[in-house]
Each structure stands twice: as structure tokens, then as C-alpha cells.
Design a protein around this ligand. Structure first.
Ligand SMILES: Cc1cc2nc3c(=O)[nH]c(=O)nc-3n(C[C@H](O)[C@H](O)[C@H](O)COP(=O)(O)O)c2cc1C
Length: 356
């Protein structure tokens, strides 16, 4: 029994967002001094050469990252890397501070190992995030920056929002993700329309003198045809990859009473569909477009499934909440064992192994 499995029932008596804030405060304290940070690293980091992934002109020490939304304001990136994650995606960052939807807006679905959130892009805005990255420094591990628009922005204003956040924060980023798939922000217009996407990508490409890799985050709820249309636009602009997937509005086969809450579903119930989306994209692009697989990863097997379906990297949020601080170490150790079992010398050899 791990320490976390003993603490978890207590933590889960708190409202989900309160527990999250408390956890983040603890991590912020832990990362603030060298001895505590070192203690975290020696307890939780796991290194193995087979886990390294070369992608986006950088080396990821392992393929298991923290998904967007956990560290929206770049407050605990150092602690997360000390906990053994191979990279962290901060954000979604918007140009100005935004309070998001009213609380409660984050719900656990215990029986389903899931969560529903309707945070609504709450965040401190790009200037605070930039200042923090300047003071704290980047974690020394790859950092993704997930960029978004203000909830009140019109279609034209949204393009300017993405441009401004990109301009401010891309100098800190190993890759930038354009988030057009959040199911719990107001729908002022069709964020996924081809014209809108083309306008965003044109604008960012024009701004991208430093050639920072740009990815797009997609949702799991659209039919495959629409997803592949989006992927074709990604390729038309020679973008660097996709993050698949965001949360889902589906409520199929859930038991927990909190299934009635509106918002985006994450965790175990989205695993299958998000892996299917990874596979569909990898097949469509002959494995040539890098994919970051996210949705329901909580174990070595679930991470490995996404990798074999075509993901070069994986991320998690909900699995971390349910499994605790040793999640990354456990997944990475298990991945090494799975690679050895199947005769692969590295993660990169296993990417897309299940594709026809
Ligand atoms: C509370 C919460 C907040 C999230 N906020 C964001 C966000 O700001 N931007 C984003 O792109 N995804 C956000 N996500 C989605 C996650 O990054 C991820 O795509 C999704 O949760 C599926 O992964 P999981 O099953 O490992 O949680 C959020 C998820 C949760 C649970």
C-alpha cells in the first residue's frame, strides 16, 4: 500500500478543486528549496535510455507528460519534473486573467475513475505566467505551452488572442499547442471551422520566426471524418503534430452520480476513444505526423497502448489524481518492462507497432 493510497480517501473528502489547490500548494513548497526538490527527484524519478524520445528538436527523458490544465499558470513545473514526468504542458494560457465558470466546476466520478470539469479557462493570463517563467526558470525538461482565447472573444479577436499568447510565451516553449477543443467554454462561434483554423495557423506561422513546433489539440467527440479533415489542415500548414484528445461530452456507461454534471469527461471512460483517435490519425498520416496521446492514461499498459497505436508521447491528468505522486515512475518502469517483453530497444521503436 502506498502512502498516497492512504492519504487519498482523506483528500477525496475535500471538494475536488480544493484538493487540487492544496496539492499544488504542497508541490509549490516542495519545489521551492533545493533539498526538497532533490528529495522528490531521488524518490520519484526513473531514468532509462530506452525511455528517451527525440522529438521537436529536443530530447524528452521519458514519454510520460503532464497534460494541460493541471499546471495552468506554470506554478509547479519543477515539482512535476522532479516527480518523474518527462515533460509538462502548461496552460491553457489566455491573454488576460480570467476567472472561468462558477464553482463547483470540478467533479470526481469515483466509480468510473473519471472526472468532469467545466473550469472554463480560468487562469492568471499570459503576463503573470511569463513573469513566473522568468523568475522560476524553465524546468530543464521539455515544456509545452497550451494557448487559448478569452471566453468573450469574437472570431477575429480569438485569432489575435492566440497570436498574443504565442508571441509572449513561445520563447519559453519546446512546443506550443493551439487549443480549439475545450468543451466547457462558451461557444461564440465554430472554433473548429476550417476557415477559422486556417486563419489561426496563418497568423501563427507568420509570427513564428524561431520555428517553435506548433501542435493542435483535438477533441474526441467529432466523427472520424471531421477529425481527419482537421488533420489535413494541420498538414496543409506543415504544423508539427496533434494532441489527441481533449475531454469528452459523452456520458456513456457511467455509474457515478456526478455523471449528471455538465462539462468535459476525462479519465478511464475516455481511454478507448482517445486511443482510437490516435490510431485513426496515425493510419491516415502513415505515422508521419507526431501525435501526443492523452485520455485515460493511468498505467504502463494504457500508456503503451497509445504508443503502439501511434503516439510518440503520452500525457495524463486524471490518472495522476487517482494514482498519486508515483504515477510517472510506475508507468515508466512498467514501460521498460513491456518494451523488453516485446523486443523493442526503445519507445521510438514501439511507436505505431499496432498499425497495419
Ligand atoms: C480539471 C481539468 C482541467 C483541464 N484544463 C485543460 C486546459 O486548460 N486546456 C487543455 O487543453 N486541456 C485541459 N484539460 C484536458 C486534459 O489536458 C486532457 O486532455 C484530458 O483530461 C484527458 O486526459 P486524462 O484522461 O488523463 O485526464 C483539463 C482536464 C481537467 C481534468
Amino acid at each position: 500500500m502506498t502512502l498516497y493510497s492512504r492519504i487519498r480517501p482523506l483528500a477525496f473528502t475535500l471538494p475536488a478543486e480544493t484538493a487540487h489547490d492544496l496539492g499544488k500548494r504542497t508541490l509549490r513548497v516542495a519545489q521551492s528549496t533545493w533539498p526538497t526538490r532533490t528529495a522528490l527527484s531521488s524518490g520519484y524519478q526513473y531514468e532509462h535510455p530506452a525511455l528517451e524520445v527525440d522529438l521537436f528538436d529536443t530530447t524528452f527523458p521519458n514519454p510520460v507528460g503532464v497534460a494541460a490544465g493541471f499546471d495552468k499558470n506554470a506554478e509547479v513545473t519543477h515539482a512535476l519534473c522532479a516527480l518523474g514526468f518527462g515533460f509538462v504542458e502548461i496552460g491553457t494560457v489566455t491573454p488576460y486573467p480570467q476567472s472561468g465558470n462558477d464553482r463547483p466546476r470540478l467533479f470526481r466520478l469515483l466509480e468510473d475513475e473519471a472526472m468532469v470539469n467545466r473550469m472554463g479557462f480560468n487562469g492568471q493570463g499570459m503576463e503573470r505566467v511569463k513573469a513566473r517563467l522568468e523568475v522560476d526558470g524553465t524546468p530543464g525538461f521539455p515544456l509545452g505551452v497550451n494557448v487559448g482565447k478569452m471566453n468573450s472573444s469574437s472570431e477575429e479577436e480569438a485569432i489575435e488572442d492566440y497570436r498574443r499568447v504565442f508571441d509572449r510565451l513561445s520563447p519559453f516553449a519546446d512546443y506550443v499547442v493551439v487549443n480549439v477543443s475545450c468543451p466547457n467554454t462558451p461557444e461564440e462561434f465554430d472554433e473548429g471551422s476550417p476557415d477559422h483554423l486556417r486563419a489561426i495557423f496563418e497568423t501563427l506561422e507568420a509570427e513564428n520566426d524561431a520555428d517553435v513546433p506548433i501542435l493542435v489539440k483535438i477533441g474526441p467527440d467529432e466523427p472520424d471524418d471531421s477529425i481527419l479533415d482537421l488533420v489535413d489542415i494541420v498538414r496543409e500548414f506543415d504544423l508539427d503534430g496533434v494532441v489527441a484528445t481533449n475531454t469528452s461530452t459523452s456520458r456513456e456507461d457511467l455509474e457515478s452520480p456526478n455523471r449528471k454534471e455538465w462539462g468535459g469527461l476525462s479519465g478511464k471512460p475516455v481511454e478507448r476513444r482517445s486511443t482510437e483517435v490516435v490510431r485513426t490519425i496515425a493510419e491516415h498520416t502513415d505515422g508521419e505526423l507526431p501525435i501526443v496521446g492523452v485520455g485515460g492514461v493511468d498505467s504502463p499498459v494504457s500508456a503503451y497502448r497509445k504508443i503502439r497505436a501511434g503516439a510518440s508521447l503520452v500525457q495524463l491528468y486524471t490518472g495522476f489524481v487517482y494514482e498519486g505522486p508515483s504515477t510517472a515512475k510506475r508507468i515508466n518502469k512498467g514501460l521498460v518492462a513491456l518494451l523488453e517483453r516485446d523486443g523493442f530497444g526503445s519507445i521510438q521503436e514501439a511507436v505505431g507497432a499496432d498499425l497495419e
